[in-house]
Unconditional design. Structure first.
Length: 243
């Protein structure tokens, strides 16, 4: 005789009592405060950093763009051309680590401001230094490399302080766009300016643009949300929770 079917045991739902089993909290809050998704003071910092990359690439590329004109006017030898083109890299390599350490210690805001103001001064002095010979002229680009070597890590520190982890890849992308735009402007526009007003005008123009950027940075930039008068309490709390 066949046995009657046995009833299946009831399933008892398990409760998760250990926080380690719970899924991680999303990086981006469900209801972010005003300023999220491309507007506000936080993303303004990312755009400012991208513009700083634009200014750095514009000023570093100007020598290569002007080299044929400078060679003809200043009667530069092949050795002097190579000397001038290597000066920027010599300075730039020396301050990458120092710039990051300084930005961590005193904040990215003063480091970036100093770097761009010093870049403006270097560009303004370049035509006069060229009259003193290729040796003195080259020192302008050594100093330009030294100060701009600090700007790049300072910008990265600023983005880390101001942006959520989920937004930092976007910030890196627009910074790369800024760098490419600076190189494009240098190669497309500066030769036309040199042909129209002379190579001296190129350095004075890039000096003025750096100065304008420095003013915008002084007005809108800040090292951290806590040090900014424009960041809301909700934004500061959100960034603190996100780490």
């Amino acid at each position: 005789m066949a046995e009657p079917p046995r009833p299946e045991p009831a399933l008892i739902p398990l409760e998760v009592t250990d926080d380690t089993c719970a899924p991680e909290a999303p990086v981006t809050p469900k209801n972010p405060p005003a300023g999220h998704h491309g507007t506000g003071v936080r993303t303004t910092q990312a755009y400012l950093v991208a513009c700083s990359r634009l200014m750095c690439y514009l000023t570093r590329a100007q020598l290569g763009v002007l080299l044929p004109v400078l060679t003809e006017e200043l009667q530069l030898t092949a050795g002097e051309q190579g000397y001038l083109m290597s000066r920027y890299a010599n300075g730039y390599l020396a301050t990458q680590i120092i710039g990051g350490i300084l930005a961590d210690q005193v904040g990215g805001y003063p480091v970036m401001g100093f770097a761009i103001l010093a870049s403006s001064l270097c560009c303004a002095l370049a035509p006069w230094m060229a009259t003193l010979g290729s040796g003195a002229f080259g020192q302008v680009f050594v100093v330009l490399g030294l100060v701009q070597g600090m700007a790049f890590p300072a910008g990265s520190v600023v983005c880390t302080q101001w942006l959520l982890p989920s937004e930092r890849s976007w910030a890196s992308s627009i910074s790369a766009i800024g760098s490419a735009t600076g190189s494009l402007m240098a190669n497309a526009l500066l030769p036309l300016l040199a042909a129209w007003l002379g190579w001296h005008a190129v350095f004075y123009t890039t000096s003025g643009l750096c100065l304008l950027y420095a003013l915008a940075w002084a007005w809108l930039g800040a090292s951290t949300p806590q040090s900014s008068t424009r960041a809301s309490k909700e934004e500061v709390a959100m960034l603190k929770d996100a780490g």
